[in-house]
Design a protein around this ligand. Structure first.
Ligand SMILES: [Zn+2]
Length: 138
């Protein structure tokens, strides 16, 4: 099992080999291999930052940002790290796993649902990805 992170959108995936195509940004051969001892807060923050950058460059116009509360980010990174180093994927810590690996792919962070939630609520379920408007109102 090797940990891979997309150089474009930050998607993290663990498998014997990197997927040929990134399931999020659909670029080809865009994964870098990461050693398990390099999986720390900075590793996740870099992944999330890439996701925000990619999302704002493709689907949105600077409408998405990371939660500015570093404590929230640290807690989420810690929870995802536990999943990832425990033989699983970097699952969203705020959702319930079904135990079915294929079904649970939808909740690898950034989960399948986050864009809709950000649009509707101003933040995803865990408040990892938020809108500047939501931050202002808080
Ligand atoms: Zn990608």
């Amino acid at each position: 099992m090797t940990i891979h992170r997309c150089k474009i959108c930050g998607y993290i995936y663990k498998d014997g080999a990197a997927p040929a195509e990134c399931p999020i940004c659909q670029n080809q051969n865009c994964f870098e291999e990461i050693a398990p001892d390099k999986v720390d807060y900075e590793f996740f923050k870099e992944a999330w930052t890439r996701q925000v950058k990619w999302m704002n460059a493709t689907k949105y116009q600077n409408e998405i940002m990371l939660n500015p509360d570093e404590e929230v980010l640290k807690q989420l990174a810690e929870a995802e790290k536990t999943f990832l180093l425990d033989g699983k994927q970097a699952y969203c810590p705020c959702r319930i796993l079904t135990g079915n690996e294929l079904a649970d792919r939808k909740i690898i962070c950034p989960c399948y649902f986050y864009m809709g939630e950000v649009e509707l609520e101003g933040h995803c379920h865990c408040s990892l990805y938020v809108t500047p408007k939501w931050v202002e109102k808080k």
